[in-house]
Design a protein around this ligand. Structure first.
Ligand code: TRP
Length: 338
């Protein structure tokens, strides 16, 4: 290890589509917990959002909606710094330098680009291609050490470390940028689709029955849990026996994450119980836990001026940290304006 660093958390969510239970347990709850352990920066990734077409008339309100979800989940603007990415221009400026550090061969390997671009990559924006370079800038402009993200972002974190290392090496500034780590584990790490226990719960799944949205009302939650795919067997006694039953495993995992317990603990309570009994219990728990979050979100959304005040103050705080890093980078690189 190099010199010990001040631990710092950074993460962000794109303002593209409604948030669901997977985002809530896998990201928002994790951010909320981490804010009490380390200095925390959480942003809304509107620069990343426009790598694919976004209606300019909707983008600002989508940013506010993510901010409302952060606040509803318990992020406290007195403790954590919450801001829109586009309000801190240092991200984009550092991304340009990193575009000149990262190698084409590194980006060619990024699986998320391949997944998003599909067969017609020549029709995608150049921004979508360099998306992970901007992500590295988001993280390293704050010299963040801990990045809570989903499993699918592991590769982008590896790229971030490669960029940090190459920058430090090429410009002979050992330890200037840290080697940030992904924080992946936790009860909500893998929340799967309610229709298919082998694919991740996703905003882009065409079936709304595949996910529970943070803004779903009690009726919708009950319906979706009732219709969730399962098998006819009762719940087993051990985790081992759940492994071959992805849908059952997912519902037990959701129950555990919502209740702040382990899946093993949930099985101890429900072993031998069928889904006819388990599903209503899960639905009640989901309504009890998510109802207040959805309500708080709606309350924040009804006062956009308050959200804007929080985001503006957050951006000012973020810039206090980002600006000195960028100034140093400019001087290291040898910019005329450095
Ligand atoms: N790419 C991330 C996602 O889709 C969002 C993101 C952008 C992000 N910049 C980041 C996450 C920096 C963590 C750190 O989930």
């Amino acid at each position: 290890m190099t010199t010990p660093r001040h631990p710092r958390v950074l993460s962000g969510v794109q303002p593209t589509g409604a948030l669901h239970l997977g985002n809530y347990l896998g990201a928002l709850v994790k951010f909320t917990r981490l804010q009490h352990e380390m200095e925390t920066f959480i942003f809304v990734a509107d620069l990343h959002a426009i790598t694919q077409w976004q209606d300019p008339k909707l983008l600002k309100s989508q940013v506010r909606e993510i901010a409302a979800a952060y606040l509803a989940a318990g992020l406290d603007p007195k403790i954590a710094t919450i801001f829109p990415q586009s309000a801190v221009p240092e991200h984009a400026e550092l991304a340009w330098v990193f575009n000149c550090v990262a190698r084409l061969g590194w980006l060619d390997r990024m699986t998320q680009f391949k997944d998003k671009a599909g067969k017609h990559k020549e029709r995608e924006s150049v921004g979508l291609y360099t998306y992970p370079v901007l992500q590295a800038a988001d993280i390293l402009i704050y010299k963040a050490t801990h990045v809570p993200v989903g499993e699918d972002q592991k590769q982008h974190l590896e790229l971030t470390r490669d960029i940090a290392q190459k920058f430090n090496h090429d410009f002979d500034v050992p330890d200037f940028f840290p080697q940030p780590e992904a924080v992946i584990e936790g009860p909500g790490a893998r929340i799967m689709s309610l229709r298919d226990g082998t694919s991740k719960m996703s905003k882009s799944d065409p079936s709304d029955y595949s996910r529970i949205n943070l803004t779903d009302d009690a009726d919708a939650i009950l319906q979706k849990v009732r219709k969730a795919r399962t098998d006819p067997e009762p719940l087993p006694e051990t985790l081992e026996e759940l492994k071959a039953r992805p849908e059952a495993q997912n519902l037990v995992g959701i129950y555990a994450a919502l209740d702040g317990r382990t899946s093993a603990d949930v099985l101890t309570e429900f072993a031998g119980v069928g889904f006819g009994t388990f599903k209503p219990r899960l639905a009640d728990l989901a309504v009890a836990k998510l109802g207040p979050v959805g309500e708080a979100m709606r309350r924040y959304m009804s006062d956009p001026a308050e959200i804007d005040r929080i985001l503006t103050a957050g951006a000012a705080r973020a810039r206090e940290v980002a600006a000195p890093t960028l100034a140093e980078v400019k001087s290291i690189v040898g910019y005329w304006a450095g």
